[in-house]
Design a protein around this ligand. Structure first.
Ligand code: BT5
Length: 243
């Protein structure tokens, strides 16, 4: 499924929002939205994604025949595509942090936001939004300790259309592998590139905190944590902190 039809904007609210509207009006799998800048770039749980010009903001419209609980698979597919794209430019390997972060040297260089639309128990479409920090020279104070860009690491700007082309190609390869072979191939590769497996972590959400040893991810992308009682529990959402 090559990505051939682009909806391109200089400045929009959020590529995920626009992709959602287009998909609702019948846009096909493989159409995608790109913006140079977002005024309301979003992360998970109503958080904001800083979206200055110079970086990549892209949302892919997908219509996979998968169950609702499998939609998170696409976040892992996208993480691998981002990591493979970054590897073309970097001497060091990017690492993946559950559920949706791509890190370089411990700092977040890309984030993924997967959103779905359903009818009854069926998926109508999935929007996979990817934000990649490419040419950002500096981050505001609130993010300067946790965020990074390729520019900061390489010391030179990159051509966005070239990075985008590599990202789309890489996503296409992993997505095709996923549709043909299932999640196990993605899970295996994601775990290999993960920074968290075998480490003591804590997952926090607005209601609770849960500590344990990160063992891996399960067939639906939930994090498997071995908690102090020795029991293994799946964790479905939250923010992860490594110790
Ligand atoms: C994410 O959320 O990491 C998902 C980000 C997805 C952004 C893309 S851009 C294209 C598409 N259109 C959209 O509107 N969104 C998608 P989350 O795990 O909730 O992380 C959000 C947190 O990351 C924020 O609360 C900040 O702490 C931090 N953050 C915000 N902007 C950042 C940036 N540019 N680089 C690194 N960290 C950032």
């Amino acid at each position: 499924m090559p990505f051939t039809k682009v909806h391109y904007f200089k400045k929009i609210s959020s590529t995920n929002e626009v992709a959602h509207d287009l998909a609702k009006k019948g846009a096909k799998e493989g159409e995608y939205v790109v913006a140079e800048q977002q005024t309301h770039g979003r992360g998970r749980l109503q958080r904001k994604w800083l979206s200055k010009p110079g970086n990549l903001y892209v949302s892919l419209i997908l219509r996979p025949k998968i169950a609702i609980q499998e939609a998170s698979h696409l976040t892992f597919v996208a993480s691998l595509a981002v990591a493979k794209t970054l590897e073309k430019y970097l001497a060091m390997a990017p690492s993946l942090k559950w559920p949706n972060d791509v890190l370089v040297d411990g700092k977040k260089i890309a984030g993924i936001l997967t959103e779905i639309a359903t009818t009854g128990s069926k998926i109508d479409f999935v929007i996979v939004g990817i934000g990649m920090n490419i040419n950002q020279e500096k981050f505001p104070k609130s993010l300067s300790q946790t965020a990074a860009s390729l520019y900061q690491i390489l010391g030179k700007p990159l051509k966005l259309d070239q990075v985008l082309e590599q990202l789309l190609q890489s996503f296409d390869e992993w997505y095709t592998a996923y549709l043909k072979q299932g999640f196990s191939v993605i899970k295996e590769m994601w775990e290999e590139k993960s920074v968290i497996i075998g480490r003591e972590v804590e997952v926090r959400d607005h209601r609770k905190r849960i500590k344990g040893l990160a063992l891996g991810i399960d067939k639906n992308g939930a994090l498997l944590l071995q908690i102090p009682s020795g029991e293994t529990v799946p964790v479905y959402t939250g923010d992860l902190i490594c110790f």
